[in-house]
Structures are given as C-alpha cells and as structure tokens.
Design a protein around this ligand. Sequence first.
Ligand SMILES: [Zn+2]
Length: 135
Amino acid sequence: MQQILINYAIKCREQWKQWREATKFRQAKQRLRQANLSYTKYALRLCRTDLRILIGLLTGHAELNRHLTLMQIRTDTVCPLCQEDEETVLHLLGECSALVVKRTNILGSPCLCYDELGKMHWCALLRLAKASQRF
Ligand SMILES: [Zn+2]
C-alpha cells in the first residue's frame, strides 16, 4: 500500500511539472500557482453552477464576451457593464469601473491587478463575479 501511495505521489508531481512547463494554460497557471488543499475543499463543496463559474474565472474560460467571441458565440468583446474595455476575467474582477463599489466591499480595493487577484481567496472572487450579475 505504501508503495502505491509513493508511486501516486510521484505521478502527481510529474503531471504538475508537465503542466507547469506546458506553453498553454496561461491564465490558469497565473491563478493556480500551487496546490492548495483548503481551496480545493472549498471548490468541492460548491454547487455545480458555482463551480462552473469558479473554474471559468480561474481558467479564463468564463462566459464573458471576450471568451464568447473567441468561441464564435458573440461578435462583440466589449464589457456590457462599463462599455470601456474587453470583458475578460481580469477586467471584470479587477478593473471594471461599473464594479468599483462592489469590488471595494468584497475584495477590499477599487482596482486589482492580475497578481493581486491571484492572492484572493476563491470565495471572494466568486462572490464578486456573482455580484456582477454577469453569470
Ligand atoms: Zn467593464
């Protein structure tokens, strides 16, 4: 049994290394810098709808206009809340001027860069995303 666990741990470490070295998954790598058991447990307790939203926020594959345009579902990438920039996860959670008050109340700052968002608990990111009423 012990050898099985050791082999599993080695395999997980190899897969993590391959994922980190891959040239794809830019946004997910920025947000998922290392495995976090607490965050994983939080995510596993979410309902399916909230988990889908959270995964979209973490991977950049959220149902926001930029991604939907890439998927050829929409033709306009502009944020419908502020009309000022492309609607991406970074824009929605960190920059959108229409969400300054909600962002300040939920995340504690009116504007956040990518690195600062990466340090936020997933619970706070999900709360702001749902408060935006874009999901
Ligand atoms: Zn906006």
